[in-house]
Design a protein around this ligand. Structure first.
Ligand SMILES: [Zn+2]
Length: 73
């Protein structure tokens, strides 16, 4: 567990990021899906860090933390 708390609401639940992915689905001509494939687009998203509890953007706060506390290494 980390002692770091959200600067907005004081929660220690941590933060989350969103990543955009593309899901390609293949259908046959009866409309039945027979294959699907997830493509990760690493250039999209994943950079904005939000508090798990208040969902406010705390990217600058998290990036300013020392690496051992969950910040940038
Ligand atoms: Zn919060």
């Amino acid at each position: 567990m980390s002692a770091v708390k959200c600067p907005k609401c004081g929660s220690d639940s941590g933060y989350y990021t969103k990543r955009r992915v593309t899901l390609n689905t293949a259908y046959d001509f009866s409309g039945e899906a027979w294959d699907s494939e997830v493509h990760n687009d690493s250039n999209n998203g994943g950079k904005i860090k939000r508090c798990c509890d208040c969902r406010k953007n705390i990217t600058a706060f998290v990036d300013g933390l020392p690496a051992e506390a969950g910040g940038k290494s």
